[in-house]
Design a protein around this ligand. Structure first.
Ligand code: ATP
Ligand code: MG
Length: 593
C-alpha cells in the first residue's frame, strides 16, 4: 500500500475515525504515520461483523496510505485452534485484503510481554495475589461500593518478583496465584481495580507448546502487542471503551517503542442473525447447522458458500458506515448488496424447481429448435446463448392451475402465455393421476408465428413463464435457504430461555429433483447465476459435480419477507411465498431484455 501522492488533494473524512486519522496526521502525531491491525482471536471462524472491522482497518490504510497488520490475538490456549488460524487468513484474503508480510501472533511476543510484567513489578506497579476467583470478585466491590485492597497488595518487590518467577516456572496450581496491576481498588472504573495481568493455565498452546504455563490477559497483552508492532490507531468495538484507561496505563507504564491509541466504534449487528462466536460455535457443535460453512451461517465461509461475493460484503460495510452508537442493521441490506452486485454480473439461466411436463401437441415430432436467450440484460457484452426446444418441456408446477382465478396470468385451460424466448402456447388440456388427483401433464398447442416470443399480429399475452427442454434438462438438487433465525432479534429471549428457540425450522428446503437448462450441467463449483424468476443461485463449492450439480439459493430476487408481511396471510393465487420474485404473482413477467 503506497503513500498517496503529495500533490493529490487530501481525502475528505467519511466518518469520525477518518477525521481522527486526518487530524492526527495534520498534527504530526505518530510521526504522521497510520498503522492499523486486525486482531482476531483464533477461537472461531470470522463472521460478517469481523468483515466490518477488516474493511475499516484495511480500508483506512488503503485510503490514507498506511499499513495494516494481521495479528492473531492468541493469548488463551484453551479455546484456540490451528484450524481457525488458517480459516481466518483464507477469509481475510477472500474479502480482498492483504497484510503482505505483516502476519503477527500475540504469542510471538510472550517473552517481551513477560519482561514488561517484571518491569511493572520492579516499579512497584504489579503484585502477585493469592486470592482465588471468588474472593477476588468479592474484594473488587460493586458499582456502588469501592473495592477493598487485597491482603497481598503490599508484598515487597523482591517477594513479588520471586513469586512471579515461580508462577512462570510452574510451581503453582491453576487459580492459586495471579499477577495483578496495582492501580486503584476504589476507582469508579472497574477495569482499574487492580486488574489481572497474568493467570496460570497449564495448557499447551498451539504455537508455543508447553513453554508457558502463565498467559497474559487480553487487556494487558493487547496494548503491548500494538506498541511492539508500531500500531498507531488501535480500533476496537465499543464494549472496550471502559477498558481504554487500562490500555493507556499499560502502554504508559511499560517501556515500549510506540504510543498506540485505542479508538472504539459500534459493532455490526444484523436482524435475524447471531454474531457471537460462542453462539455460532454452539450451532456447529450441536449440529444445528452442517458446519461453520453452512450457507445459513453469517460466517464469511458460510456466506461464500451461499454465493455471496466479497464485493457485496464490502459494499454492505461501506453502506452501514462507522458510528459511535450501537444499532442493528436490517439483514435485507446485506441481501440487497448481493442483489445489486449479482444483477450486474450473474448470467441468467432457466431452472424449473418443481417440474411439470408440458407437451406441445402440434410440434413436429422428433424435431428440435434452438432459441436465442439473453445471457444478461444488464450487460449487453454478455451476449446470447442457444437453448434447445422440443415437443416436451418442463414448466414450473406453480405456473399451471386447473381452475385459475381471473388474476392468475399464467397457464390454465384455454389460456395463452409466452414461453420465455420461445413461442406463445395455448393450453388445450391436462392429465391427472387418478389416484392422487395430481396434474401430471399439461397439453398445449404453439403458434409457430410467435418464434422469439412476439406475435406478428400484435396479439398480447399477460404472462411469460420459463421452461426447460425435457430431453436435455439437467437434473439437480437445489437448496433453498431462508433466515437461520425466525425472530428479528434472536438473542432477545427471557431470562433462562435459550436463544436456540428462535431457530427457523424452515431455514432450509431441499428440492431434490429440479430440471435445469443444459448449460448449468457444467457450471463451475462456486459459479453464480440468476435463475430467472427464482433468484440468485450458486453451484455448491463442496457438493456440486459436472453433470450432477447442486445449487444453493443465495438470495431471492426481491425481499420476500417484506412481501409476506405486507400481504399478511398469503398470495391471491395460492402460491408458496418463499423467495418468489415480487412481480411473479401476476404472471411472473421477467424483465424484457
Ligand atoms: P465475538 O463477539 O463474535 O466473539 P470477538 O470480538 O470476540 O467477536 P475477535 O476475534 O476478538 O472477536 O474480534 C476481532 C476484531 O473484530 C476485534 O477488533 C473486534 O472488535 C472486531 N469485531 C468482532 N465482532 C464485530 C462486529 N460484530 N462488528 C464489528 N467488529 C467486530
Ligand atoms: Mg474477543
Amino acid at each position: 500500500m503506497s503513500t498517496p501522492n503529495e500533490s493529490s488533494p487530501a481525502p475528505e473524512a467519511a466518518h469520525f475515525i477518518e477525521e481522527r486519522v486526518l487530524a492526527d496526521r495534520a498534527s504530526g502525531k505518530h510521526g504522521g504515520k497510520l498503522h492499523t491491525r486486525f486482531p482476531p482471536e483464533p477461537n472461531g471462524y470470522l463472521h460478517i461483523g469481523h468483515a466490518k472491522s477488516i474493511c475499516l482497518n484495511f480500508g483506512l490504510a488503503q485510503r490514507f496510505g498506511g499499513l495494516t497488520n494481521l495479528r492473531f490475538d492468541d493469548t488463551n490456549p484453551t479455546t484456540e485452534e490451528v484450524e481457525y488460524v488458517e480459516s481466518i487468513q483464507r477469509d481475510v484474503k477472500w474479502l480482498g485484503f492483504d497484510w503482505d508480510e505483516r502476519l503477527f501472533f500475540a504469542s510471538s511476543f510472550f517473552g517481551q510481554i513477560y519482561a514488561c510484567a517484571e518491569e511493572l513489578v520492579q516499579k512497584g506497579l504489579a503484585y502477585v495475589c493469592d486470592l482465588g476467583p471468588e474472593d477476588m470478585s468479592r474484594y473488587r466491590g460493586s458499582l456502588t461500593a469501592p473495592g477493598t485492597d487485597s491482603p497481598f497488595r503490599s508484598r515487597s518487590v523482591a517477594e513479588n518478583l520471586d513469586l512471579l518467577r515461580r508462577m512462570k516456572a510452574g510451581e503453582f496450581n491453576e487459580g492459586s496465584h495471579t499477577l495483578r496491576a496495582k492501580i486503584d481498588m476504589a476507582s469508579p472504573n472497574f477495569n482499574l481495580r487492580d486488574p489481572v495481568l497474568y493467570r496460570i493455565l497449564k495448557k499447551p498452546h498451539h504455537r508455543t507448546g508447553s513453554t508457558w504455563c502463565i498467559y497474559p490477559t487480553y487487556d494487558y497483552a493487547h496494548p503491548l502487542c500494538d506498541a511492539f508492532e508500531g500500531i498507531t490507531h488501535s480500533i476496537c468495538t465499543l464494549e472496550f471503551e471502559n477498558h481504554r484507561p487500562l490500555y493507556d496505563w499499560v502502554r504508559d507504564n511499560c517501556t515500549v517503542p510506540a504510543k498506540p491509541e485505542q479508538i472504539e466504534f459500534a459493532r455490526l449487528n444484523l436482524t435475524y442473525t447471531v454474531l457471537s462466536k460462542r453462539k455460532l460455535l454452539r450451532l456447529v457443535n450441536e449440529k444445528r447447522v452442517s458446519g461453520w460453512d453452512d450457507p445459513r451461517m453469517p460466517t464469511l465461509t458460510g456466506l461464500r458458500r451461499r454465493g455471496y461475493t466479497p464485493e457485496a460484503i464490502r459494499t454492505l460495510c461501506e453502506r452501514v458506515g462507522v458510528a459511535k452508537f450501537n444499532s442493528t442493521v436490517e439483514v435485507v441490506q446485506l441481501e440487497n448488496a448481493l442483489r445489486d452486485d449479482l444483477n450486474k454480473r450473474a448470467p441468467r439461466a432457466m431452472a424449473v424447481l418443481r417440474p411439470l411436463e408440458l407437451v406441445i401437441e402440434n410440434w413436429p415430432a422428433g424435431t428440435t429448435d434452438e432459441l436465442d436467450a439473453v445471457n444478461n440484460p444488464e450487460d449487453p457484452a454478455a451476449g446470447t446463448r442457444k437453448v434447445p426446444f422440443g415437443q416436451r418441456l418442463f414448466i414450473e408446477r406453480d405456473d399451471f392451475r386447473e381452475d385459475p382465478p381471473k388474476d392468475f396470468y399464467r397457464l390454465g385451460p384455454g389460456r395463452e402465455v409466452r414461453l420465455r424466448y420461445a413461442f406463445f402456447v395455448t393450453c388445450t388440456g391436462f392429465d391427472k393421476d387418478p389416484a392422487t388427483g395430481e396434474v401430471t401433464r399439461v397439453r398445449c398447442t404453439y403458434d409457430p408465428a410467435t418464434r422469439g416470443g412476439n406475435a406478428p399480429d400484435g396479439r398480447k399475452v399477460k404472462g411469460t413463464i420459463h421452461w426447460v427442454p425435457a430431453e436435455q434438462a439437467v437434473r439437480a438438487e437445489v437448496r433453498l435457504y431462508d433466515h437461520l433465525f425466525a425472530a428479528e432479534f434472536p438473542e432477545d429471549v427471557p431470562e433462562g430461555t435459550d436463544f436456540l428457540v428462535n431457530l427457523n425450522p424452515r431455514s432450509l428446503e431441499v428440492v431434490a429433483d429440479a430440471a435445469l437448462e443444459p448449460l448449468l450441467g457444467t457450471a463451475a463449483a462456486g459459479s453464480r447465476w440468476q435463475f430467472e424468476r427464482h433468484g440468485y443461485f450458486c453451484a455448491d463449492e463442496q457438493d456440486s459435480r459436472p453433470g450432477k450439480p447442486v445449487f444453493n439459493r443465495s438470495v431471492s430476487l426481491k425481499d420476500s419477507w417484506a412481501k409476506i408481511e405486507k400481504r399478511q396471510g398469503g398470495s391471491s393465487d395460492g402460491k408458496p411465498q418463499g423467495g418468489k420474485p415480487g412481480k411473479g404473482d401476476k404472471g411472473g413477467k421477467p424483465k424484457a431484455p
